[in-house]
Design a protein around this ligand. Structure first.
Ligand SMILES: [Zn+2]
Length: 395
């Protein structure tokens, strides 16, 4: 490592430590005012204000989304790559910040402010991109469609979890609504005059359960009945089911969607019902972790004395709209433990962990590794070239 680089690294680490109080305060403020899907006015406003105070020029709304923003800072004249830190800040309905997005917002601010303060004349452009509505709203998908990430050479976001792991893949996911239609009739007097849509739904559910046995490990299908009929003495004329289909690989994803659709078609035919299939929301693409960026991140973590937990790349994984971004530009999405192994995302225990001392300490270490990796992408053309090559060849 060049002397300049190691001096810059030392300065960045020092600044992150100095920003610890602010990072914790941002997490607590956003945590205390949970806002769901596209309603994140307070969180987005707070981050914009804090980043403006650090010399970032802030643009909002972005892509027609009131709570999305871009904060950017040109270092030494703006020549060089454009690298982004992503901030999520939406909460879950009912349970609040049980996915810890308040921490994502706080750490993105921390890394950005530390770089800006420690190496103000860095090459290139440093951005913080505020991406609302990850939980079901597809904020990043909409922003990609509007070209927000065009010209962004690399992006990083760190996410609290029940483990510390730099590289993990994530499922593609789509939401499908199956509506079976039959014919209502008195269930005792005229059962023979009815067509039972619930039978179609039950057959479909069981067909999917059988199919699951034949699926590869890297796919998931799960669903519920959202409408199962109106009264026991009426042959159900309408049954609605809501399913998620997930897979790691794009081709296999399409195949599983086809197989699930065939199950529904067969069930409808068996029960003599009509069937309508609607896709809901946005399809999240599989997340592809950029391994070159991952290697850099791992080296920094190691030098900070942080150990990764021993988990495979496809163990305990979900889906995210960052998957779509990872198909557009080199992207990294490391995770870190907010609490213990059993404090899993979207649970009450995780909610407690998000504002715990352990989460604050782990978040601070990860913020350092994120800032150092981001700085590496700005300054080191070799690292950026590797990230781009890996992006082109590796997916
Ligand atoms: Zn999340």
């Amino acid at each position: 490592m060049a002397k300049d680089a190691s001096a810059a690294h030392g300065a960045i680490i020092k600044r992150v430590d100095a920003l610890a109080g602010q990072i914790a305060a941002i997490n607590k403020s956003i945590f205390g005012k949970p806002e769901t899907c596209y309603q994140e006015t307070f969180a987005s406003g707070l981050l914009r204000e804090k980043l403006a105070a650090e010399g970032f020029s802030v643009k909002a709304p972005v892509a027609g989304l009131a709570t999305a923003f871009i904060a950017s800072r040109k270092g030494g004249g703006g020549k060089g790559p454009v690298v982004a830190l992503l901030a999520e800040y939406d909460a879950l309905p009912g349970i609040g910040h049980a996915c810890g997005h308040s921490l994502i917002a706080a750490t993105a601010f921390g890394a950005a402010a530390a770089i800006a303060q420690a190496v103000p004349d860095h090459p290139g452009t440093l951005m913080v991109i505020g991406t609302p509505a990850e939980e079901g709203g597809g904020g990043k998908v909409k922003m990609i469609e509007k070209g927000v990430f065009k010209g962004v050479d690399a992006a990083i976001m760190i996410h609290p979890s029940n483990k510390t792991r730099v590289i993990a893949r994530m499922f593609a996911v789509t939401e499908l609504i199956f509506t079976f239609t039959g014919k209502a009739a008195h269930a005792a007097a005229f059962p023979h005059k009815g067509v039972n849509a619930l039978d179609a739904g039950v057959l479909f559910y069981n067909a999917v359960s059988s199919l699951r046995q034949q699926l590869k490990e890297e796919a998931r299908v799960h669903g519920i009945f959202t409408h199962g009929g109106d009264a026991p003495n009426i042959i159900p004329e309408k049954v609605v089911m809501h399913f998620y289909v997930r897979a790691l690989d794009k081709d296999y994803f399409r195949q599983v969607i086809h197989q699930v659709t065939q199950c529904a078609n067969g069930a409808a035919q068996a029960a003599g019902c009509g069937l309508k299939i609607d896709q809901r929301g946005h399809t999240y693409e599989p997340f592809y972790p950029n391994r070159a960026m991952g290697r850099a991140f791992r080296e920094h973590l190691k030098s900070l004395g942080v150990r990764e937990d021993p988990y495979g790349e496809t163990e305990e994984i979900g889906s995210s709209d960052i998957g779509n971004l990872s198909q557009q530009t080199p992207t990294l999405h490391p995770e870190y433990a907010a609490g213990g192994k059993e404090d899993i995302n979207h649970s009450r225990d995780f909610l407690k962990a998000v504002v715990s001392k352990k989460a604050a300490a782990n978040a601070l270490a990860m913020t350092k590794a994120m800032a150092l990796t981001e700085y590496g992408l700005l300054c080191d053309p070799k690292l950026m070239a590797e990230a781009k090559r890996e992006f082109k060849e590796g997916r």
